[in-house]
Design a protein around this ligand. Structure first.
Ligand SMILES: *[C@@H]1O[C@H](CO)[C@@H](O)[C@H](O)[C@H]1NC(C)=O
Ligand SMILES: *[C@@H]1O[C@H](CO)[C@@H](O)[C@H](O)[C@H]1NC(C)=O
Ligand SMILES: *[C@@H]1O[C@H](CO)[C@@H](O)[C@H](O)[C@H]1NC(C)=O
Length: 189
């Protein structure tokens, strides 16, 4: 009798544990078993004959705002393996190594401080992630040393992606507005 009771309790305990464990084991909520770290460089090219960022809207008050509040930009920014955009030979050879494009928008969303709302897809067009994308959304206070944004999804090898991105300014030309930013992506997929 006692043995049967103990066995019954064990079975019930195991069943309860399985019910509790089920949601955590499911990848449906996002994030899988794989963890991938990608370091690359994002180039916002404002100057020259072929800019990769264009302003599509600004509010009446944007001109007098010290944080450019209300400006909306569309980007198709190159993403490279190394920091040097002009040298597109492979990073192994010391060059930039074009990996893809960052396509999307950023909005100047800080009324009293320079703070962008980034909404972009990293579209891989070379290398081992060619054909896959990573969706990034988040706050980018560009004068902070490190800005963290959310990885909210992905396609291809990055289906169901969850994670975060950290951005650090590599170079910023105050005269032209051209910027190169190092991005580190930490992705579960
Ligand atoms: C803001 O400044 C730009 C450039 O000087 C000018 O073309 C535009 O008309 C101004 N916009 C407003 C709403 O004043
Ligand atoms: C690009 O990088 C390679 C390898 O470091 C170097 O030999 C070449 O001179 C560079 N080209 C330019 C235009 O900087
Ligand atoms: C990336 O994939 C596309 C489509 O499969 C292919 O046409 C292209 O050559 C690839 N690019 C590189 C650099 O491997």
């Amino acid at each position: 009798m006692a043995v049967i009771t103990v066995m019954l309790l064990l079975v019930l305990a195991a069943a309860a544990a399985a019910v509790v464990a089920a949601p955590a084991a499911s990848a449906a909520a996002g994030g899988g078993d794989k963890e991938t770290h990608i370091k690359l460089y994002w180039h916002d090219v404002v100057s020259g004959a072929s800019p990769t960022v264009v302003e599509v809207a600004r509010a009446a008050m944007t001109n007098t705002s010290k944080s450019l509040f209300g400006a909306v930009m569309v980007i198709d920014d190159p993403l490279t393996e190394g920091p040097d955009l002009l040298n597109s030979s492979s990073a192994a050879a010391g060059g930039g190594g074009l990996l893809g494009r960052a396509q999307g928008t950023y909005i100047s969303a800080g009324k009293d401080e320079v703070s962008l709302m980034m909404n972009m897809n990293f579209v891989f067009q070379a290398g081992k992630y060619n054909g896959s994308t990573v969706a990034i959304m988040g706050r980018n206070a560009v004068f902070d040393a490190v800005r963290e944004m959310a990885v909210v999804g992905g396609t291809g090898v990055f289906r169901m992606a969850r994670g975060y991105a950290q951005a650090r300014t590599h170079t910023f030309d105050l005269n032209t507005g051209d910027a190169t930013v190092e991005y580190n992506l930490y992705i579960r997929h």
